[in-house]
Structures are given as structure tokens and as C-alpha cells.
Design a binder for this molecule. Structure first.
Ligand SMILES: [Zn+2]
Ligand SMILES: [Zn+2]
Length: 316
């Protein structure tokens, strides 16, 4: 009798001990994440030029460029580019009930594939929601930022005009990006921008925060030589996100279109000594099977390379 009662008790003790161990491990893990997670990048759009919805493009994604950068310690997000991916970003923010008084969207440039989702960003229709649309860096050629969005949404092109969307829009052109961002959360956030070669110009961004470095460099054509200014911008980055629209052969036929090859992206990563590389701005002609083959090849040369997939998150 005595022994029969002992057995379940031992089981319960063991269960409690195991539960304790799980909780401890979970807590340790959570603390480790909290410590290490300086920024979290999520790809909402990885396709270049035009969205693609064919079934054979779903693994790497069909929406055009949109990146969400989360700063977990402050539970704030920032957005880079508003390609068609920004629609799902807005929906996800809604789904988790994310509230943020001011949402910043920084634009690398204003080609269609980087602004096309803006009229479908749910938060742009919220009265009282402050949305800051930004250019960062010197040598901008944009003279009137508001006009870009007004024109995009004028009556001939879209049923709702910018002024009637609802949100409180602010348009900022910031030459010295670092000064601006450090103020927001009182966590030193150094943001640098570098203009690079692309038809009409485009900008690469470097974000440094809590000792981690994220560099985003898309819609860039290096030309005969790798752009050394971008190598400097990417120097020692924990993660470099780089344009890789073409193969080396395709690039030969697409001179002047404003993009890079997979090889050039890896070359920048090697020259800059980056820890991880994410290749993006996938060509609308490159299906999943093709991109998977390219990813395997890239990893033979740069093991820490990955081809960006829609929905992919990378912590740094
Ligand atoms: Zn583009
Ligand atoms: Zn472009």
C-alpha cells in the first residue's frame, strides 16, 4: 500500500522537477534572446521589379520590396520601402494588436516596386496614426517628397487621395540620419545612408544598435568595379541584405538596369567581412526551383548566405 502511494508521488515529483527545468531553460532562453536580440529583420517583400503570384514563386515570395526592422527592447518597428509586401506587414501589425504612435517608413528610392503597396498599408487609413515618410542621406534628387505620394494616388490612378486616407503624414528628408534616430528611444541608434548607382539614384542604409549592425543595400548596380563606398558601409556587418537580381550572365545583358549579380553580392560580403548575407530583389523570371539552385551554389562560396524568402525573420 505504502509503496503504491510512493510511486505516483515520485512521478509527480519528477514531473514538477521536469517542469521546473523547462521553465528554467525557457527563461534562460528568453533572457539570452533579450540580450542578443538587438534588431530583428523580417522580409515582407523579396521580389524585384513587379509582384509575381504564380504557384512556382511562393517559396521565395511574390511581393515586392518591404522590410520590417523590429527593436525588441522598445517594441517599436521601422519599415524600409513600401513595395506590395507592406500590405501584409500592416495586416500582421493589426493581428498582433501592435500599437505605435509614430511609424517611420524610409525609402531607398521611389521606383514602383518600392512604393506600390503604400496605398494598401492599413495604418495609413487610421485617423490619428502618425506616419513619417523619409528619405535618408545626402545628395537626394527628390525635391518634393509629398508630391511623389500625391501623384501616385491622384484620381486618375487611385480612388482615395493622399489627403483623404486618414493618417497624419509627415514627410522628412534627413541628410544626417544618425542624429535623428538616436533621439527616438534614447538607445543610441546610428543610421548612415550612402547614395549608390541606380537609374535615378538609390540609397543603402546601415543601422547600428546595441553593438549589432544591419546593412540594407538594394537596387544597386556596381558597374565594372565593386562600389567601394558600399564595401565601407557594409564593413563588419552582422547582416548584409544585398540586391542579387541576376546571374553573372544575365547582368551582361542588363547593363544600366540598376541591379547586381549573386556573385557581386558575395564579393561585397567578402570584401566587407560581413557575418551573414541575405540576397534579395529576386528577378520576376526566377522561380523557386531556379532560386533554390542559386542558393545552393552561393553557399558553396559563402556558407552564411541565404536567399531571402517572404516571411523570413533574422535576429541580430
Ligand atoms: Zn526595385
Ligand atoms: Zn529601382
Amino acid at each position: 500500500m505504502q509503496r503504491d502511494e510512493d510511486v505516483p508521488e515520485t512521478k509527480i515529483d519528477r514531473a514538477i522537477a521536469l517542469r521546473g527545468l523547462f521553465l528554467f531553460l525557457f527563461a534562460t532562453r528568453a533572457i539570452t534572446f533579450a540580450k542578443e536580440d538587438s534588431m530583428r529583420l523580417k522580409f515582407y517583400g523579396t521580389r524585384g521589379s513587379i509582384p509575381v503570384c504564380d504557384a512556382s514563386f511562393q517559396q521565395f515570395g511574390g511581393n515586392t520590396t518591404c522590410l520590417q526592422v523590429t527593436f525588441p527592447d522598445t517594441n517599436r518597428i521601422a519599415i524600409i520601402d513600401a513595395g506590395t509586401g507592406v500590405r501584409n506587414l500592416g495586416r500582421d501589425l493589426r493581428a498582433i494588436g501592435h500599437k505605435q504612435d509614430q511609424i517611420a517608413i524610409a525609402f531607398t528610392h521611389f521606383h514602383w516596386d518600392h512604393i506600390q503597396g503604400f496605398p494598401f498599408f492599413a495604418h495609413a487609413y487610421d485617423a490619428g496614426q502618425k506616419i513619417t515618410l523619409l528619405t535618408l542621406g545626402r545628395d537626394q534628387t527628390v525635391s518634393n517628397l509629398r508630391e511623389i505620394f500625391e501623384v501616385q494616388m491622384q484620381a486618375e490612378y487611385f480612388p482615395v487621395q493622399l489627403d483623404h486616407m486618414g493618417a497624419d503624414f509627415e514627410f522628412l528628408q534627413i541628410a544626417d540620419a544618425s542624429k535623428h534616430f538616436t533621439g527616438i528611444n534614447n538607445v543610441e541608434t546610428v543610421v548612415s545612408a550612402q547614395r549608390h548607382n541606380h537609374p535615378g539614384g538609390a540609397f543603402s542604409f546601415r543601422i547600428e544598435r546595441n553593438g549589432k549592425v544591419l546593412v540594407v543595400c538594394t537596387d544597386v548596380e556596381h558597374g565594372e568595379q565593386i562600389d567601394l563606398r558600399l564595401v565601407e558601409l557594409a564593413r563588419g556587418a552582422d547582416l548584409l541584405v544585398h540586391d542579387a537580381q541576376y546571374t553573372a550572365e544575365e547582368l551582361q545583358k542588363r547593363r544600366g538596369w540598376g541591379h547586381s549579380s549573386f556573385d557581386q553580392a558575395m564579393q561585397v560580403a567578402e570584401m566587407a567581412g560581413v557575418k551573414r548575407l541575405a540576397l534579395t530583389h529576386h528577378d520576376p523570371e526566377h522561380d523557386d526551383e531556379f532560386l533554390q539552385r542559386i542558393e545552393n551554389l552561393c553557399r558553396e562560396r559563402f556558407p552564411n548566405a541565404v536567399l531571402a524568402r517572404e516571411g523570413m525573420e533574422i535576429s541580430l
